[in-house]
Design a protein around this ligand. Structure first.
Ligand SMILES: [Zn+2]
Length: 339
């Protein structure tokens, strides 16, 4: 199974040399720019279409503009403009209309742009039935290796589930959504699955890979760094403060075992002096990126050595986390064969 990890980057890159990295960037970062050019050099580029960000502001993107930017930046993978369900969509009819427009665009991107062969179409659904049907539609029409899980409501609760439409909240609903989508996709098609916005902490990264997602991205490593947060191997995030270094006293919410992890961290910041994490956004971003890449490598090795070994590893890391109940729930879902 693949364990791709795309590292979020943008016009103001954390690193200019990305020649060894799989990078995730977005059309939205170039939408109002005259000069559409990457300021870093990626090994591989996955360009998101910006639709989710636009939908949270109730804005529609111009189709031709999105194609233009995608063709200019010439990514290895990109998503045809789609119409995610947002808090501004209230009825079943609006969801069906959104999916119809998404379908039209998938066909248009395949037939009328220079992006065919690089496309990762999105999947949206508003109940179990439409989930199956929309997957089948993609199987028959989409020329793609990967599809992206978008807005999926599988249990007819959309009227009371407005919270589904924001960020990817780490809760039981999200795990159920991933589990049912991945199982149907693997049952009905040969597609591999990408999921946006799930790889920002080691814990969510592992749950995504464990439930069968092959490709994830982490823009969160950078956002967390900007908010003064670091991530630690096998745990969630810790606040270490921002520009408030106090020598001789540990800031933020680090425990003794966290300090131990920082002492052992081999990233280019910590191997010099991990106290630099207290001072500088870029230092935290570099540390966070290193940590999330190591975590992805661990997942890859466990998935290759067998699910039972991976479960033992995850039993261990989640046991010390407040998200242990979610890990137990994910395990139960994974082993439950009724859908
Ligand atoms: Zn480090």
């Amino acid at each position: 199974m693949d364990t791709l990890l795309w590292i979020g980057e943008n016009k103001n890159p954390v690193k200019y040399d990305r020649s060894h990295d799989y990078v995730m960037d977005s059309v939205i970062n170039y939408y109002n720019n005259k000069n559409i050019k990457l300021s870093y050099k990626p090994l591989k580029l996955f360009l998101d279409n910006g639709a989710f960000t636009a939908s949270t502001h109730n804005k529609a993107l111009n189709k031709d503009r999105v194609v233009y930017i995608q063709e200019q930046l010439n990514p290895d993978k990109t998503i045809p403009l789609d119409y995610p369900f947002s808090r501004y969509i209230h009825t079943l009819k609006e969801m069906i209309d959104s999916w119809n427009k998404t379908q039209e665009n998938i066909l248009y991107w395949q037939s009328s742009t220079r992006l065919n062969g690089k496309l990762v179409p999105s999947l949206h659904a508003w109940n179990k039935e439409s989930l199956k049907n929309n997957i089948k539609w993609l199987q028959s029409k989409a020329d793609a290796e990967y599809i992206a899980i978008g807005s999926i409501i599988h249990d007819n609760t959309f009227i009371s589930s407005k919270h589904l439409f924001g960020d990817r909240h780490f809760n039981r609903t999200l795990l159920e959504m991933i589990n049912i989508s991945v199982k149907y996709i693997h049952q009905l098609t040969d597609f591999k699955v990408h999921m946006m916005g799930i790889g920002s902490s080691p814990l969510t990264l592992h749950l995504a890979y464990y439930l069968g997602i092959s490709s994830i991205d982490s823009a969160g490593y950078r956002r967390k760094a900007a908010y003064g947060k670091i991530i630690l191997q096998g745990t969630g995030e810790r606040y270490v403060g921002n520009m408030q270094a106090t020598f001789g006293r540990v800031k933020g919410d680090l425990r003794a075992e966290d300090m131990e992890k920082l002492l052992q961290c081999k990233c280019s910041v910590c191997s010099v002096d991990f106290k630099n994490l207290w001072k500088d956004f870029k230092a935290r971003a570099i540390h966070n990126e290193y940590t999330i890449k190591m975590e992805s490598q661990i997942a890859k090795e466990y998935l290759e050595s067998g699910l039972d070994k991976y479960e033992k590893y995850l039993d261990n890391i989640f046991a010390r986390s407040s998200f242990n109940y979610l890990w137990k729930y994910a395990k139960m879902l994974k082993h439950n064969t009724t859908l």
